[in-house]
Write a protein that binds this ligand. Structure first.
Ligand SMILES: *Cc1c(COP(=O)(O)O)cnc(C)c1O
Length: 393
């Protein structure tokens, strides 16, 4: 039986075209882009072209792109870099309650180093209210970090609305766009952000490479000290093959974006409808329409998400209980708790994320096994029995 991979928010398979453009830089074209002889100049040229492509796809200029080792580094660089560079002006940072751990734990770290963090709540759909952001601003606020779309529940935030206020108040705005770049339109001018994180392996590029968009004139302390690469913003010999692959992956993703997003939205809504109609005691997490094209996130009452995942895995389906970072721990996801879900319901979460290889037949296959699997697990739950009994009386 062939496997059905439905965890594209964790990572995506690399496109063959991407591997193809990377291979020469892993073989014969091994020059260091900082070297001035021919081999080095060839690598530099490839790097420049990749930077141009990436900048064009985001509406940025090439000088505003800093290559990193991925989304986590881009988030760390944006937040720590801004916090330390602007420390003499203030020590206050605003973020949301549903950020990825790369943002959330970076803010927690800064708190230990004397920074003040305000964590804004979200509504039951996971939406941030721009008025709440404005109300939380104080003269010491240097940075606001709010993600473009959430990796667990798929909710897309009103980034453009939030940025309007922050522009007027001259407060730096960072957004983690790791889940949106390559999937829905992302233009740094339209969003009005100063810093934006992205990661190649979330849009069919290689793992271990990403970028931070840094608006011209924004001061950041470096995270990695050393040589003068990336205009003194990030030391270390560049991952040339990875960067070339990332740029190709993004270019291809942008080309097919409108069609592919629409295709995934239809499959997504079909799966959501099937689950809600056929499985009782189920809750949809996230916003019904302001959500990522490929994201389905639900909570089933009276079951353990982990047991459900293992059962689906045995039946050939790879899905997730939420973020890759929380599975394996017994704590329910901070994102689901921030929506106001009680612990016992947050424990029964399932995230199915579709990709460009997902077909209608895959969705049908999920619907063939999911209702029975949920029911089987519920039959073993003492809580489910008690609830059924209570209703019978
Ligand atoms: C995957 C992800 C990250 C981390 O990116 P890596 O490249 O895996 O370090 C950060 N933020 C969000 C929203 C993500 O989905």
């Amino acid at each position: 039986m062939s496997r059905i991979y439905l965890d594209h928010a964790s990572t995506t398979p690399m496109r063959p075209e991407v591997l193809e453009v990377m291979l020469p830089f892993l073989k014969e074209q091994y020059g260091n882009p900082s070297s001035i002889y021919g081999e080095g100049r060839d690598a530099r040229k490839a790097l420049d072209q990749a930077r141009d492509k990436l900048a064009k796809a985001l509406g940025a200029s090439p000088r505003e792109i800093v290559f990193t080792s991925g989304g986590s580094e881009a988030d760390n660089f944006a937040i720590k870099g801004a916090a330390f560079a602007l420390r003499d002006r203030g020590n206050h940072i605003i973020t949301s309650a549903i950020e990825h751990h790369a943002v959330y734990n970076t803010c927690r770290y800064l708190e230990k180093h004397g920074f003040r963090i305000t964590v804004l709540p979200v509504d039951s759909y996971g939406l941030e209210d721009p008025a709440d952001v404005e109300a939380a601003l104080i003269p010491e606020t240097n940075l606001v970090s709010i993600m473009h779309a959430n990796n667990e529940i798929g909710t897309i935030q009103p980034i453009t609305e939030i940025s309007k206020t922050l522009r007027e108040r001259k407060v730096l705005f960072h957004t983690d766009a790791v889940q949106t770049v390559g999937h829905i339109p992302v233009n740094v001018q339209e969003l009005g952000v100063d810093l934006l994180s992205l990661s190649a392996h979330k849009f069919y590029g290689p793992k271990g490479v990403g970028a931070l968009y840094v608006r011209r004139g924004v001061r950041l302390d470096p995270l990695i000290h050393g040589g003068a690469q990336e205009h003194n913003r990030r030391a270390g010999t560049e991952n040339v093959a990875g960067i070339v692959g990332m740029a190709e992956a993004l270019e291809l993703a942008v080309e097919e974006m409108d069609k592919e997003a629409q295709r995934q939205r239809e499959l997504r809504d079909r799966l959501i409808k099937g689950i809600m109609e056929r499985i009782p005691h189920t809750r949809l997490n996230g916003h019904p329409t302001k959500r990522l094209p490929g994201n389905v996130s639900v909570c089933f009452e009276f079951i353990e998400g982990e047991s459900l995942l293992l059962n689906l895995d045995m039946q050939g389906i790879a899905a997730s209980s939420g973020s890759a970072c929380t599975s394996g721990s017994l704590e329910p996801s901070h994102v689901l708790l921030a929506l106001g879900l009680p612990h016992e319901i947050a424990h029964g979460s399932l995230r199915v994320t579709l990709g460009r290889d997902t077909t209608a037949a895959d969705i049908d296959a999920v619907m063939e096994v999911l209702p029975g699997t949920v029911d089987k697990l519920r039959q073993r739950s003492p809580l489910y029995d008690a609830d059924a009994l209570r209703k019978a009386h």
